[in-house]
Design a protein around this ligand. Structure first.
Ligand SMILES: *Cc1c(COP(=O)(O)O)cnc(C)c1O
Length: 402
């Protein structure tokens, strides 16, 4: 393979974000292909016996086995690292592989972590059910409350973990303040940036140590594959995360890496257009339903913080209707254009009832603490004409008598 300019940090670091997303990380084979090649191989062959010995000893660069290295996956890792402004990135088999790897690779029996309570359901399952089985305790706090983070710190606290904006309540965590507090105490901060992506929010620039992704969402952006990624310093990624990952095996497939590579080429365009459309739809809903939880609306209590730390507030938001589960389900059933789907970040607009889907595995008490009510619906706005989305929502609300 030939190095292309996409791999030369001296060149790529001069590029602006949209350019990095299109060209960052690209290698070219002898064929000079324009589009990144898919290397569907699990293993590698060597010209002589010395070469694998040197590679296994870490004395020479080069690939040894698909669980640890693949050219297509490496292109994706370099591209995401560049977009994020990170020294290093490792791709993961899914977003949850990214979250669980980012936590388990650095936590041991006796350690403690603090987690923002408004979080993706499976992430809360990991912190509330899985980690305690290995003697790792977690305190869940209101992520918006800096004093709560402070009060939760113990001598054995090793990690802060949060997502912002949080799913599905759109709580915003002050990244600079919480990650700054972590740093003061020698605690590693891990931020799940799936809702915003690097196109709209860059946690490392605000002081985060580690950024973890579900690339299944906006990065692929077209609902095709599962993928994940973890970004951080080269020392942390290679010294802490890599030994865990290569020996536990949540490796991303080269095909899925290729799909996400192609998705990233349009991420900047999609993330901005979908965020703009979401605000149009949110403004319509605000005049129709009792409560809209959209970080870009003046009614959002953390509106100013959003303006400080996000380029735009994103394409996903929630709203509350009059009634409960029956009415929420009736609205979903009345939609003609918008799909009923618990996925997010797609070019197609999707809607779900979090209490009976994404957050159904949590106890009603945990849901209530998080602010996920039976009357809440979540929408992920896609690339359709926003007026068609408004027409569809308006008709569905009318049909249910709202
Ligand atoms: C979807 C999602 C995940 C998990 O990602 P998968 O790719 O589905 O495993 C984690 N965090 C957030 C915020 C998500 O939206």
């Amino acid at each position: 393979m030939k190095r292309s300019t996409g791999q030369d940090r001296k060149i790529t670091s001069k590029w602006r974000a949209a350019t990095r997303a299109v060209r960052g990380g690209t290698w070219r084979s002898e064929q000079g292909e324009t589009s990144e090649a898919i290397y569907l191989t699990s293993g590698y062959c060597y010209d002589d016996a010395h070469t694998p010995a040197a590679r296994f000893a870490g004395q020479e660069p080069g690939m040894t086995y698909g669980r640890t290295q693949n050219p297509t996956v490496q292109m994706l890792e370099e591209r995401i690292a560049l977009m994020e402004g990170a020294e290093a990135c490792r791709a993961q088999a899914s977003g949850m592989a990214a979250m669980s790897t980012a936590l388990l690779c650095q936590l041991s029996v006796g350690d403690h972590m603090v987690v923002a309570r408004a979080a993706f359901g499976p992430t809360r399952w990991v912190t509330d059910n899985l980690l305690p089985r290995f003697g790792i305790s977690a305190t869940a706090v209101d992520g918006r409350d800096l004093d709560a983070w402070k009060a939760a710190i113990k001598p054995n606290t090793k990690v802060f973990f949060f997502e912002t904006p949080a799913n599905p309540t759109m709580d915003i965590v002050d990244i600079a303040a919480v990650c700054g507090l972590a740093r003061e105490h020698g605690i590693i901060s891990v931020v799940d940036n799936a809702f915003a992506t690097s196109a709209l929010q860059r946690p490392l620039e605000l002081g985060a140590d580690v950024v973890a992704y579900s690339a299944t969402k906006l990065m692929d952006g077209q609902g095709r594959v599962l993928a994940g990624a973890v970004c951080g310093s080269a020392e942390w990624i290679n010294g802490v995360l890599l030994p865990y990952q290569r020996n536990t095996g949540a490796t991303l497939s080269p095909f899925n890496a290729w799909v996400v590579l192609k998705g990233l080429e349009t991420l900047d365009l999609r993330a901005n257009a979908q965020a703009d459309a979401a605000l149009v739809v949110a403004n319509f809903l605000e005049a129709r339903v009792p409560r809209v939880l959209h970080p870009g609306l003046a009614s959002h209590p953390q509106h100013e913080l959003v303006a400080r730390q996000m380029h735009k507030p994103g394409s996903i938001f929630s709203f509350e209707i009059e009634g409960g589960r029956a009415e929420a389900h009736a609205i979903l059933d009345a939609l003609e254009l918008i799909d009923i789907s618990n996925n997010i970040g797609d070019t197609k607009t999707l809607m779900t009832h979090p209490a009976s889907t994404t957050h159904s595995s949590l106890t009603p008490q945990v849901r209530a603490d998080m602010g996920v009510g039976e009357n809440m619906l979540r929408i992920s706005v896609g690339l359709e004409d926003p007026q068609d989305l408004i027409d569809d929502l308006d008709a569905a609300l009318r049909k249910v008598g709202l």
